[in-house]
Design a protein around this ligand. Structure first.
Ligand SMILES: NC(=O)c1ccc[n+]([C@@H]2O[C@H](COP(=O)([O-])OP(=O)(O)OC[C@H]3O[C@@H](n4cnc5c(N)ncnc54)[C@H](O)[C@@H]3O)[C@@H](O)[C@H]2O)c1
Length: 377
C-alpha cells in the first residue's frame, strides 16, 4: 500500500491510496459511519472488481445508487438526481458519498456532494486509467453546461481516492488508451525518466493487442492489463505523485497548476466540436490531439520550426500512436479557434497556453487565439 497526500500548507487535505487489491477499501471506510455509494451502472455490469466493491457495500449496509455516466449524462440533471436520492435516503451533514466509476462519475458525484447541504464529504474509487491518474486527483468537480465542457463546478477535495490498478482489467482498450494520453501529458510536465518508461511499457502492451484479430483482442487485453499490473501500478503512482505535488503547491490554479492544462484548450475545442458534429471522440483522445497541437505551437514559438509536422510534433504523435492513440484532429483550425475564444480559461481574449520546451519542462505562455492560429498554420 502506498499513500500519496495532497497538502494545503503542511495540512493533508486529501489522500490517494494506491493498493494492489480492492479488499483494503473496507478499512478505508471504517472511520465513516454514514456512507452512500454512487456507481456508474456500466461499471457495475462490466467490471468484476465492482462486484467486490458492491459486496463490501452490502456487508456495511451502505445504500447504493446506479447512474448513467456518459459524457451526455454529465449534466445538472444527473447531479440533481443524485442530490434527490441523498435527501430521500436521509443523508446528513456527516455523510460520506463514495463515487465508483470513471472521470464522468467522479466529477459529477464530487460536485453533487459539494453542493448537497452546503457540502458533505466524498471519496472516489476511480475505475478508468484516466480517472486514476487525473480526474480523481486535485478536487476539480463539475458538469457540462450549454454545450461547454465542465462549465459549472467547484474545486473541493475528496477525503480519499482509492486507486487499484486491478479494476482496469475490464476497461476496454480504447478507454485505457484515453488514460494513456493524460498519463503521458503528466510525464511531459514532470519527467524524471518516466515519460520514456511509460512509452516502453504502454507501446509493448499495445503492440501485442494491435496484431490480434478483433475477436481475440479483447481477451488478450484483459490478460495483458493483469500481466503488466506491477508496471502500471508504478506508472500510475508516479503520475499521481506529480499531480498531487502540483495541486499541493497551487490548489486553486493561480499559477503552476495551469501546467496540468497542457493540450487541454485544444482538447476542449475538439470535444465541443465532436459534440456539435455528433462524432465519437473521448476526452483522452481529444487530449492526445491537444498534445500534438501544443507540441507544434511550442516548436514554432521556441524553435522557429516551420516544418509540417514540426520535430516535436512528429515525435510525440509517433509516441501516442505507438501507445494506441490516433492523435490527428479532424477539425479545421478556424473552427477550433472559434471555440477556443470562448474557453472558460480565456481572459480578455488571451489564453494561458502551456508550451513544451522539452519533455519534463513546460511553461505557460500567453497568446491570443489569432496569434495561435497564425503560428499553427
Ligand atoms: N476533475 C478533473 O480534474 C478531470 C481531469 C480529467 C478529466 N476529467 C473528466 O473526466 C471525464 C472522462 O473520464 P473517463 O475517461 O474516466 O470517462 P468515463 O467516466 O466516461 O468512463 C469511460 C467509459 O468507461 C466505462 N468504464 C469505466 N470504468 C470501467 C471499468 N473498470 N471497466 C469497464 N468499463 C469501465 C464507463 O462506463 C464509460 O463508458 C471527462 O468528463 C473529463 O472532463 C476531469
Amino acid at each position: 500500500m502506498e499513500q500519496i497526500n495532497v497538502y494545503s500548507g503542511d495540512r493533508i487535505i486529501s489522500r490517494i491510496i494506491v493498493e494492489e487489491e480492492i479488499a483494503a477499501l473496507e478499512s478505508c471506510l471504517e472511520r465513516y459511519s454514514h456512507v452512500f455509494a454512487v456507481m456508474d451502472s456500466n461499471v457495475a455490469m462490466s467490471c468484476p472488481a465492482a462486484m467486490q466493491i458492491a459486496e463490501i457495500m452490502n456487508r456495511r449496509g451502505v445504500p447504493g445508487k446506479l447512474i448513467d455516466a456518459s459524457e451526455e449524462d454529465k449534466t445538472m440533471d444527473t447531479v440533481m438526481d443524485i442530490c434527490g436520492w441523498l435527501l430521500d435516503s436521509g443523508a446528513d451533514r456527516d455523510a460520506l458519498i463514495l463515487a465508483v466509476g470513471g472521470g464522468v462519475t467522479t466529477d459529477m458525484v464530487g460536485f453533487a456532494a459539494s453542493i448537497y447541504k452546503r457540502g458533505v464529504r466524498f471519496a472516489y474509487v476511480p475505475t478508468t486509467l484516466l480517472a486514476q491518474v487525473d480526474a480523481s486527483i486535485g478536487g476539480k468537480t463539475g458538469v457540462n453546461f450549454e454545450r461547454y465542457k465542465n462549465m459549472l463546478g467547484v474545486i473541493r477535495q475528496p477525503e480519499f481516492t482509492y486507486v487499484c490498478p486491478k479494476v482496469l482489467a475490464s476497461l476496454p482498450h480504447r478507454e485505457f488508451s484515453a488514460g494513456v494520453a493524460e498519463m503521458l501529458k503528466t510525464f511531459i510536465i514532470k519527467d524524471e525518466g518516466n515519460y520514456q518508461k511509460a512509452i516502453d511499457v504502454l507501446s509493448e502492451m499495445h503492440q501485442g493487442y494491435s496484431i490480434l484479430p478483433e475477436e481475440s483482442a479483447a481477451d488478450y487485453w484483459t490478460d495483458c492489463v493483469d500481466a503488466y499490473a506491477n508496471e502500471l501500478a508504478y506508472l500510475i503512482s508516479e503520475a499521481v505523485r506529480v499531480k498531487a505535488g502540483v495541486v499541493s503547491r497551487d490548489q486553486f490554479e493561480k499559477g503552476e497548476r495551469r501546467k496540468l492544462n497542457l493540450g487541454h484548450t485544444f482538447a476542449h475545442a475538439v470535444e465541443t466540436l465532436a459534440q456539435r458534429y455528433d462524432d465519437d471522440i473521448s476526452h483522452g483522445e481529444a487530449v492526445a490531439m491537444g498534445l500534438v497541437f501544443a507540441a507544434r505551437l511550442s516548436d514554432r514559438v521556441y524553435r522557429g520550426d516551420m516544418d509540417t509536422p514540426t520535430a516535436m510534433e512528429g515525435s510525440i504523435a509517433i509516441d501516442l500512436c505507438d501507445c494506441g492513440l490516433f492523435p490527428e484532429c479532424p477539425y479545421p483550425l478556424e473552427e477550433m479557434a472559434e471555440i477556443m475564444s470562448k474557453d472558460k480559461k480565456a481572459e480578455s481574449g488571451i489564453v494561458h497556453f502551456v508550451l513544451i520546451r522539452e519533455v519534463g519542462d513546460v511553461m505557460t505562455y500567453d497568446l491570443t487565439i489569432d496569434e495561435v492560429v497564425k503560428l499553427l498554420k
